[in-house]
Design a protein around this ligand. Sequence first.
Ligand SMILES: [Zn+2]
Length: 146
Amino acid sequence: VTGLDLPTERSCSFCAYLDGTRSYTILDRTEHVAILVTREQRGVGHVLVIPAQHVPSILQVDQALGGALMHGIVRAATAVESLDGVAGISVWQNNGIAAEQTIGHVHFHVAGVRQGQETTRGPVPELSVDETDAIAAELRPGLPPV
Ligand SMILES: [Zn+2]
């Protein structure tokens, strides 16, 4: 039980992506962690690292899952670093509506930054799944094995 006011949806969109009922780009998936290519790109090769099972916020992440998630974050960051011109990598994570969490399934953002640029806040265009599939194709060669 959490004191945070979390986003609630009738059904979790991340879980729908993972169970295949909704189309989305899944860059990689292990037993415990999945890496999604977000349709709201706020940096270069912006991905989301999430538990493969539904977990609402960081407050429900135990040590084992935390280790698996961090391993996923490092693998994602390595893939992002392999993209052309990436000079920095931002990692961020929001909990509760007050902190701008929009989907109630814990997720870590990993995004590259080119020299002189920064990650984008506020509204960004929503890419098609074909476009995020193309980003995944660029990231995949740089993604280390588990
Ligand atoms: Zn979920």
